[in-house]
Design a protein around this ligand. Structure first.
Ligand code: PEP
Length: 229
């Protein structure tokens, strides 16, 4: 299983360092063999030691240059970071990233051998229209994306389930993952209000290769409860 923690705009450098140290110790103690990834905010990226991968929540598709407010490959390579999250719904919806911009980022980081966690998800009004509408919406988010890359992980995150406390049902996850798996060969994560109380049923769903977690990843105890579920 793959367990990925997305801190978003939470944690500082100091609290991230404490988190990583605690996580490394706890994973060691529990002899965790699953894949664990952590995406701290850009200011807290560093070369942390532990049996987990540190990735960037976002990066600009450039090595370096005049892109005020962004970070590029040069800033990631300082810490040997070779994993990046692309297409998160908060970047699509709040930061206004179009599919074209997302595909450009994807191609750039793919060509530089980055591992990419590529996020897709539908809004509630699409989910309410039924499975066909959901499939069409999600598959459109693969436009310009090479879904056969070796270093690709896809995360299905229904927008209406992110940070709302309302996870998709087991049936919704199962049918959506089944549909997506007929189009991609990459591991497929589910994300959206995953927490210790629902982790068992979610990772038990056929076609779920892991989870991408926001809120419930912010405390080491809670994230470890998912990893060891
Ligand atoms: C996310 O933002 O990727 C996410 C799944 O958040 P949460 O777990 O808080 O719903």
């Amino acid at each position: 299983m793959i367990f990925a923690a997305n801190f978003k705009v939470n944690h500082t450098r100091v609290s991230t360092a404490a988190y990583m140290q605690a996580l490394a110790g706890r994973m060691n103690e529990k002899k965790v063999e699953d894949r664990v990834l952590v995406f701290p905010p850009a200011t807290a990226l560093d070369a942390y030691k532990g049996d987990f991968t540190v990735g960037a929540q976002n990066a600009y598709p450039a090595i370096s240059g005049a892109y005020t407010g962004e970070i590029g490959v040069m800033q990631l390579e300082e810490f040997n970071i070779k994993t990046v999250l692309i297409g998160h719904s908060e970047r699509r919806e709040i930061l206004g990233e179009s599919q074209e911009v997302i595909a450009e980022k994807f191609q750039f980081f793919l060509s530089r051998s980055f591992e990419i966690i590529y996020c897709i998800g539908e809004p509630l009004e699409v989910r309410e229209q039924g499975d066909e509408a959901v499939a069409a919406y999600l598959l459109a988010q693969f436009e310009g994306i090479d879904t056969h890359g070796e270093k690709l992980i896809v995360a299905y995150e229904p927008i209406w389930a992110i940070g709302t406390g309302r996870s998709a049902t087991v049936e919704e996850i199962s049918s959506t993952h089944k549909m997506l798996k007929s189009h991609i060969s990459a591991p497929l994560l589910y994300g959206g209000s995953v927490k210790p109380s629902n982790i068992q049923e979610i990772i038990g769903v056929d076609g779920v290769d892991g989870v991408l977690v926001g809120g419930a990843s912010l405390e080491v105890d809670s994230f470890m409860a998912l990893v060891t579920a």
